[in-house]
Design a protein around this ligand. Structure first.
Ligand SMILES: [Zn+2]
Length: 348
């Protein structure tokens, strides 16, 4: 009983800067995105005791990005009132692609060309004095977090983000799937339109992302308007600033907006059904700005229609409760579970 009281005391006191709670185990989660770099510090009992956020520098070199990541981890440790060396393990969810053997980001697509290499695991390992540093792409960090926080902690689970692009993190048979060069979750580049009428940002035709990502919904609305010149609309199709938000804002009030939302729901359902047939998940968790800002118009139709398209077990389809924190929380969950999100691997 006395030990329990002591542990309770640690939980409360650990947030204070002057108390170094001996024996408490700390973990760090890091989210390196094209816009922001974030870090959180958590304790073994799941409390978040420190955090920090900075802009991701646009260079000039990858080392500058590495330095900003290290600064962000230091600031989060300061916020938690601990030295970085107290961190037991670190999880990182990052933009890719990676040299996984070197633990570095290589030629990231969404940062300037002068950034050719961002070393991550080595410098973070030195800062925190731990070998236990787990590097994942952002969608894999997402599925680790969703798995960790899911009631059933399933061995078979998929996290799908529908945002500026579309991608998935897959956990199958309890393993987070990377594939050759980490490309296993590039589900947004599955063909949903065999006619290939829209070209994807990757240069190939007919990909799911070319129709349904936040960046591409406006182009899809333009295509649908061309297909049916009689359809009425107040959407600013010719305006270069026309966005997906304009389409969703006019739901229920504009014929073309409704038709576009309907077609997007159809392709989204095809994409999710392909994932279900490929990986047999118990749970599919949806996230990303397009879903989070339009749950009724994007997630609900998928839930309703997937049973009509799936011949195998129909998974539970949820929307992440972690919101914009899904990657950094997933990275923290990775640190706590040896890179898996499996709660049986929490070490105490
Ligand atoms: Zn593509």
């Amino acid at each position: 009983m006395a030990i329990l009281t002591l542990e309770d005391g640690c939980v409360q006191l650990s947030a204070g800067p002057f108390v170094d709670s001996i024996g408490m185990v700390y973990y760090a989660g890091v989210d390196l995105g094209a816009t922001n770099v974030r870090a959180v510090i958590g304790t073994e009992d799941g409390q978040t005791v420190g955090s920090s956020r900075n802009r991701t520098p646009r260079g000039p070199t990858g080392i500058d990005v590495t330095e900003r990541v290290l600064d962000t981890v230091r600031e989060a440790c300061d916020d938690a009132g601990i030295e970085p060396a107290r961190i037991d393990a670190v999880g990182i969810g990052s933009i890719g692609p990676f040299d996984l053997a070197e633990g570095a980001v290589i030629d990231p697509a969404n940062l300037p060309d002068t950034i050719d290499r961002i070393p991550l695991t080595g410098p973070i390992s030195v800062l925190t004095e731990t070998e236990d540093v787990y590097l994942h792409n952002d969608t894999n960090a997402g599925v680790i977090g969703e798995r960790f926080h899911s009631d059933r902690n399933p061995d078979d689970m998929t996290y799908v983000t529908i945002s500026s692009g579309i991608g998935a993190g897959v956990c199958c048979d309890g393993r987070i799937i990377d594939g050759w060069d980490g490309n296993a979750g590039e589900i947004g580049h599955c063909v949903v339109d065999p006619r290939g009428r829209l070209t994807c940002g990757c240069g190939k035709d007919g990909h799911w992302e070319a129709y349904c990502s936040g960046n591409n919904i406006p182009e899809y609305a333009r295509l649908l308007a061309e297909d049916d010149p009689t359809i009425s609309t107040d959407l600013p199709l010719e305006d270069p600033d026309f966005t997906a938000k304009d389409v969703f804002d006019l739901a229920g009030a504009d014929e073309l907006a409704d038709h576009t939302i309907e077609q997007v729901a159809h392709w989204n359902t095809i994409g999710i059904a392909n994932i279900v047939h490929s990986y047999a998940p118990l749970v599919v968790s949806l996230g990303g700005a397009v879903v989070l800002h339009n749950e009724e118009l994007v997630a609900d139709p998928i839930r309703e229609r997937v049973p009509e398209m799936v011949m195998s077990n129909v998974p539970e389809i949820t929307v992440t409760s972690l919101g914009d924190d899904v990657v950094v929380e997933g990275a923290l969950a990775s640190a706590m579970t040896e890179g898996t999100g499996d709660r049986r691997r929490l070490h105490h």
